[in-house]
Every structure is written in structure tokens, then in C-alpha cells.
Design a protein around this ligand. Structure first.
Ligand SMILES: NC(=O)c1ccc[n+]([C@@H]2O[C@H](COP(=O)([O-])OP(=O)(O)OC[C@H]3O[C@@H](n4cnc5c(N)ncnc54)[C@H](O)[C@@H]3O)[C@@H](O)[C@H]2O)c1
Length: 261
């Protein structure tokens, strides 16, 4: 850690220029607004910008693109290089999940989950590392994994119409946890710190989970409730700031203790 860091600026993230995928989603929006509130610049990527469109500030740059599209992703990084956008952090937040039963799983669902949840974060990290930067501190990469990259969903809590997490979703999040360890080994050479967070179930305000699912999920969680998106922000500030200067390769479970027993 840089010796100039005092307790007062230990959690400062205002110097960051953060590339954030899935910025238009429920967690992405919360992260985007929090980073802007704390003075950081956000380069927000999503294939739809309907929510994020409403935020107007010079500190927010919006890019409508599909992270599985090679041409669109290369176009973004060519633009960032040309404009000398010295990005200092990457948050791999975009992900997809399919909720149909395993016996009906299609090749499209398998391939698309792999492409969004595994291949795109690898391509983003590859391109991010090629960007120039003048930061004295380490650049930061944060991968948004899931408890289901660590434990299996407990199928007794789902009713027929509930959104069951798929095997390929869990496998993709387990891959992201492994990739976090893999890329963390490059910390010295690339001047990066790579960590992940693994959220537990988050209450969805716009499209709430069923009452029965919430009740059964809550009964299995020591805190007896789902998370809310704001509860993921503290750990992200920690991981972006210099307070995490010796945290590397970790996946931090933010699950109210769900995976403790
Ligand atoms: N919601 C939960 O309960 C929960 C729990 C654990 C982990 N997570 C993880 O948190 C992250 C955010 O989840 P969320 O609940 O906000 O989901 P969300 O569906 O609300 O947001 C995901 C965003 O990613 C975008 N996206 C998907 N595919 C894309 C593509 N190909 N190109 C560009 N953008 C694309 C979507 O348009 C969407 O805006 C995900 O990684 C998810 O796996 C969520």
C-alpha cells in the first residue's frame, strides 16, 4: 500500500475509471449509481440502456453493446485506446441464466450462458490488461460470481413456476471463481488485483420472487431474508479502494451466512 494512504482516504475510490458490464441490470444500476456518488467515472456497458439512460452526468459514459459480439467488443476497446481512456478497474457483472428444467436444456442455452458468463469476462480481462494506465496503485478486477458457483441450489425451495437456477449457471459461476484465482497470479506483472464477490439471493424489486420461494429461501439463511442490492456495495468499495491492497484471488461470499451450514 502506498504510504500516503491515511485512514481518511483508505476507502477513496474517486480516482477510478471503472468499466462495468451489465450496468443496466438490478445490481449493475446500484453499482453504477454508488460509484458515481463516490466520484468515480463509470464506463457502463449493456445490451440495453433503458434504465441507465435516465442518469445524466459527464462522469457516466454509456455503451450499448453485446459483450458476446466480437466486433462490438473490439470496437469498444479500439475506441477506449484511441481516446486514451486509462481505465483503472473492470467489474464483470453481466450474466445470464436460464430457468427451464435440465431435461429441456438446449444447446443454445448452454452456449449462450458460456459466452456471456465465462468467455466474455475472459475477453474483457484480456482487453482491459492491454489498455495503458498511469495508476500508481494496482488496477482492480472484480468478478460478480454467485453462491451457486460454490454450492448447489436446494431444489426443495422451488415451486413449479419459480426461477430455478440451472446447472450451467452454477458451472459458469464456479468457472468465474476459478478465473479469479487464475488471473490473481498475474498481480505483480500486470499490476492488478483480482477478486470476486458471491452474492446470495437478492430480492428483485421489479420482478419479485414468489412468496413461497422467499419464505423457504429465508428459512435456510441464518439472516432469515434475501439480500438487497445495496448490501453488495460496501464490499465493492472495499475491493476498489486501497484498503484491499493485500486482498487478491479471493471470492467473498455476501450471502447472509446461507452457505455456512
Ligand atoms: N440477482 C441475484 O439474486 C443474484 C445472486 C447472485 C449473483 N448474481 C449475479 O449478479 C450479477 C447481476 O445480476 P442481476 O440480478 O443484476 O441481473 P440482471 O439480469 O438484472 O442484470 C444483468 C445485466 O446484464 C446484461 N447482459 C446480459 N447479457 C449481456 C450481453 N451479452 N451483453 C451485454 N449485457 C448483457 C443484461 O442486459 C442486464 O442488464 C450477475 O452476474 C448475477 O449472476 C445475482
Amino acid at each position: 500500500m502506498n504510504k500516503n494512504y491515511t485512514l481518511k482516504n483508505l476507502f477513496d475510490i474517486s480516482y477510478h475509471k471503472v468499466l462495468l458490464t451489465g450496468a443496466n441490470g438490478q445490481l449493475g444500476m446500484e453499482i453504477c449509481e454508488a460509484l458515481l456518488d463516490l466520484g468515480a467515472e463509470v464506463y457502463a456497458i449493456d445490451k440495453t440502456l433503458s434504465n441507465i439512460e435516465k442518469i445524466e452526468t459527464k462522469k457516466l459514459k454509456k455503451f450499448k453493446l453485446d459483450i458476446t459480439n466480437k466486433g462490438e467488443l473490439e470496437g469498444l476497446f479500439t475506441f477506449l485506446k484511441k481516446k486514451n481512456m486509462n481505465l483503472t478497474a473492470l467489474i464483470n457483472n453481466a450474466a445470464v441464466s436460464f430457468f427451464s428444467p435440465f431435461k429441456k436444456r438446449t444447446d443454445y442455452e448452454l452456449d449462450y450462458t458460456y459466452n456471456v458468463n465465462i468467455k466474455a469476462p475472459i475477453k474483457l480481462i484480456q482487453n482491459f490488461l492491454k489498455l495503458k494506465h498511469q495508476l500508481k496503485e494496482h488496477r482492480k478486477i472484480i468478478n460478480i460470481a454467485s453462491i451457486y458457483g460454490n454450492v448447489s441450489p436446494n431444489f426443495s425451495i422451488y415451486e413449479k413456476k419459480d426461477r430455478r437456477n440451472s446447472e450451467i449457471y452454477g458451472a459458469s459461476k464456479a468457472a468465474l471463481i476459478q478465473l479469479t484465482k487464475y488471473f490473481s497470479t498475474m498481480s505483480k506483472k500486470e499490476k492488478i488485483l483480482v477478486n470476486a464477490i458471491a452474492p446470495g439471493g437478492i430480492f428483485n424489486i421489479k420482478s419479485p420472487q414468489s412468496k413461497s420461494f422467499i419464505k423457504k429461501y429465508s428459512s435456510l439463511c441464518p439472516l432469515k431474508r434475501l439480500a438487497n442490492t445495496r448490501e453488495m456495495i460496501g464490499i465493492i468499495i472495499y475491493l476498489l479502494s486501497e484498503s484491499s491492497s493485500y486482498t487478491n484471488g479471493q471470492t467473498i461470499m455476501i450471502d447472509g451466512g446461507y452457505s455456512s451450514w
